[in-house]
Structures are given as C-alpha cells and as structure tokens.
Design a protein around this ligand. Sequence first.
Ligand code: NAG
Length: 334
Amino acid sequence: MGFSYLGFLVMVCCFQLVVLVSGSTKNLPIINFDEGYTHLFGEDNLAVVRDGKSVHLSLDERTGSGFVSQDLYLHGFFSASIKLPADYTAGVVVAFYMSNGDMFEKNHDEIDFEFLGNIRGKDWRIQTNIYGNGSTNVGREERYNLWFDPAEDYHQYSILWTDSQIIFYVDNVPIREFKRTESMGGDFPSKPMTLYATIWDGSDWATNGGKYRVNYKYAPYIAEFSDLVLHGCAVDPIEHMARCDNAEGSEGIPTGVTRVQRIKMEGFRKKHMTYSYCYDHIRYKVPPSECVINPLEAERLRTFDPVTFGNGRRHHSKRHHHSRSSQAKVTSSI
Ligand SMILES: *[C@@H]1O[C@H](CO)[C@@H](O)[C@H](O)[C@H]1NC(C)=O
C-alpha cells in the first residue's frame, strides 16, 4: 500500500515535470484539421487521423502532400506539434510556413520553418527564413541543429508574427527573434498570408547540396502533425476586413520574448546555430542592416566554418578557392 501510494505521488510529480519541461500546450487554442485547414495536394498521401486532431503527410515515389489554412491571416500565432520521419530521410523536406506567393507573384511575403532530412545516423536540420514584398534577392536564412531527435517524438514548432517582430519557437524556446526596422522597408512581411504544411522531394539541394537523394526504398516518409493552432487575425480576401481572435482562449499565446526565454534563446543560438546570413561574409560583404552582431555567435560560427564566417584575412588565392565551394553550399540551401 505504502509503496503504491508513493508510486502515485511519483507519477503525479513526474507528469507535471514532463509538462513543464516539454513546454505545455494545454492552454493553446488547439483546433481540429477541418476547423481551420484544407487539403492542398497529394490526394490520399494526406490522412486525417485521431478524430481530426492529427494529420499525416506522406511522401512516396508518386507524390508528396500538403495542407493549407482555409483563411488568410494578418499577424498571429501559428503552431503545430510535428514528428518527422525517422531513419534514412536524405532529400526529404518538410515545411511549415506562411506565404502569399499564390496571390503576389512578384512581391510575395513568406515566413518559413524548413526541416531538411538526413542520412541514417545524422539528425534533421532546421532552417528558418523570411521574405517580405518579394525580397528573394536577400536570403535571411538561419540553420540549426536541435537538442533532441525530432523524429523520435512530437515537438512544438511555432511562429509569432506581429506588426513589429517575428519569433520562431521550438517547444516554447524562442530560437530566433526578427525585429522590424525602418531600414528594411518592405522586406518585413506585411501582407496577409496563409499557413502551409508540406512534405516533398528536395533531392536536388536538401542534403549536402544534393549529394544524398531521396531513396524510395524507405518510402513512405511520414510526417505527423498535431496540436494545430491558428490564432490570429483572419482576413476576408474580398473586403480586407480582419477578424482577430482576442482575449478568449489566448492565455497560452506569447506576445514576445520574456527575460527567462531570452536567456534560453541566447543559450540555444550559441550552442545550436550552424548558419546565419548575418555572419556570412562571402554572401554579404556588409550584413543586411537589421543584423545585430553578437560576438558569441560570431565566434562560434567562425570556429565552425572559418571560410564562410571568417574575417576575410586569408591569402587571396586560398580564399578564392574556398569561396566557391562555400558559395555553392549556400546556394544549395535556398
Ligand atoms: C512592395 O512592392 C511593390 C511592387 O514592387 C511596391 O510598389 C511597393 O511600394 C512595395 N511596398 C513596400 C512597403 O515596400
């Protein structure tokens, strides 16, 4: 008796601990697939499961698949728990992003989470990027590895987009804060966008610049989406009126980076960021104006890849030789 009571206490304690550690999603306004989304492509490679609470997107030799939000949004908090396919996933790309590319061909906006598969034994990599008003000539990519294996379990990936900033989160840890500045002009996303989730064959560039391609011997590749959150200002495409989700149910919605979160973010970036456009001296002789150079990030990246992130004080011939291979690497990541 005494023992099982203790067991019960341990269970209660540890359950709470797990909730705390994994970053609780319990306050978030989670919706069913049919309430906010619709099928985009890939026919029966999209499966709605668990009474509409989860979606499986698969990639096989015939097609990838994807879904899209029914509404257009101007600002908000957009989130999903995602479990990525395991094992050999080279060439596979899973994307969770906002875009209005179908409406604005020449001057679209975009906010991206991209997951790039890998060969067996090597973890997925995450990339974030932002385009505003067609600024595709200025890539603002960052890349990271994670402190967990994203194919082992569900983890929460979120985008907060306001008038003044964009924040990317992994399990409630902000990993990137992108602040709007006057000098970036239209490069900050400012037109309504829809939310997308897709899986597709990115063999030509996703893994080591196309060196490792999708191997359909391991198909289907299945990405699982759950805990879907679409909390923002839905815009009527004809009347351009925004209808915002406000007070009700917005308890779990972040509004910015807290002091504690900022410490976590800095820790994450110092440890896990493997690429940032702000430090890429080959691509940008002068970093885009919004870049705030953090000496710790700069130092780490320089150690990691002295050619791309170095200070340019190399022998001319050597630098030239290395520049090309690094440029190819960067181009392949876009
Ligand atoms: C966005 O691009 C369009 C077309 O290129 C241009 O007319 C407009 O002024 C731009 N908007 C901003 C905010 O820069």
